[in-house]
Design a binder for this molecule. Structure first.
Ligand SMILES: Nc1nc2c(ncn2[C@@H]2O[C@H](COP(=O)(O)OP(=O)(O)OP(=O)(O)O)[C@@H](O)[C@H]2O)c(=O)[nH]1
Ligand SMILES: [Mg+2]
Length: 309
């Protein structure tokens, strides 16, 4: 038997008294977990009230947490995941990396940016979940300015929306990003794609014509591979495999778009960059396997490069 709803409300209020910030939000989450899962009636009202408590606490506590929000960059590129709450951002991070992160069937499970390293085609890339960008974020509502600050320094953005979700929810987030003057390479992950209905993807593509739509479900390994590929493309980086004494390294190195053979040599050893005469190249930038090229030859993603002294 669940606790009568009036008693629950009293208990909840008592447990929240005197708690602020993260502590209060943690208590609200604990209460939500204990609340019977009715979709209508007094328990549903309690759920709604608790949800609004989370948002209010976030707004109130943003000032306190403002300076502890920075994310240390790691890996060859940093990609931010943004979107409305509860679309599965944390679940994606969890599916793509070894980190343990809290996920939950309610909004604002994640309260500050969470980084996770993932390996894409042999290169380490940092994904960062940016939680809780709400309407008014660009004016600092909900600590939005600091969250947008993290976004400002990333290399690319993945906008996340449930495939079956309401486009308006993402429009709100996009509007805040635009209002903050942030413009990055981006795509749209249509999350929880296993729950999608016919026509959902077309609907999203129509609503966000500037964004490539990539359906993804944590239950579908192939869709996670598609997500990785899209994430890699969004960085614009190129991968190069070094060939030394006839054998090719398994792990590629990552370079900025437009990188030349000299940049590759620089990565290996700075002096090498100064002294090389050229390289031999296999891959799409070469006209034939092992083509001899000069120092300024621009390499392509996936090329194999052997430095020639
Ligand atoms: N069916 C299905 N459910 C998913 C998928 N990804 C996430 N979920 C569920 O969606 C809910 C929300 O997931 P989270 O990963 O916590 O979402 P979030 O976007 O990080 O949410 P907040 O941090 O609260 O903003 C959880 O109940 C997940 O189990 C998916 O691919 N398919
Ligand atoms: Mg989350």
């Amino acid at each position: 038997m669940p606790m009568p709803h009036r008693t629950f409300a009293q208990v909840a209020k008592r447990r929240l008294t005197g708690k602020e910030g993260r502590e209060r939000i943690r208590e609200v989450h604990a209460l939500l977990d204990e609340l019977p899962d009715y979709r209508n009636g007094p328990y549903a009202d309690l759920r709604k009230w608790l949800m609004s408590e989370i948002e209010d606490s976030r707004v109130r506590s943003s000032a306190i947490h403002r300076d502890s929000i920075a994310v240390r960059r790691e890996g060859a590129a940093q990609i931010a995941l943004v979107g409305p709450p509860n679309v599965g951002k944390s679940s994606l991070l969890q599916a793509l990396s070894p980190i343990q992160i809290k996920t939950g069937d309610y909004p604002f499970t994640t309260l500050r940016p969470v980084p996770a390293l993932t390996r894409i085609g042999g290169v380490l890339v940092q994904l960062v979940e940016i939680p809780g960008l709400i309407a008014g974020a660009a004016e600092d509502r909900g600590g939005g300015r600091a969250l947008l600050g993290v976004l400002r320094s990333t290399d690319a953005i993945v906008y996340c929306l449930r495939a079956a979700g309401d486009v308006h929810e993402l429009e709100v987030v996009l509007a805040e990003v635009v209002a903050a003057g942030i413009d990055k390479p981006a795509f749209l992950a249509a999350t929880r794609a296993d729950e999608a209905e016919e026509g959902d993807l077309t609907r999203l593509a129509k609503a966000f014509p500037a964004l490539e739509v990539v359906p993804v479900s944590i239950l579908d390994e192939a869709s996670l591979d598609d997500f990785r590929a899209a994430a890699w493309r969004s960085t614009g980086l190129v991968r190069v495999y070094l060939r030394v004494a006839g054998s090719v390294d398994e792990e590629p190195v990552a370079l900025q778009p437009g990188a030349t053979v000299t940049d590759v040599a620089d990565l290996v050893h700075h002096e090498l960059g100064a002294t090389l005469s050229g390289a031999r190249v296999w891959g799409s930038s070469a006209r034939f396997d092992g083509q001899r090229v000069g120092r300024e030859h621009a390499i392509h993603d996936g090329d194999v490069v052997e430095i020639v002294h």
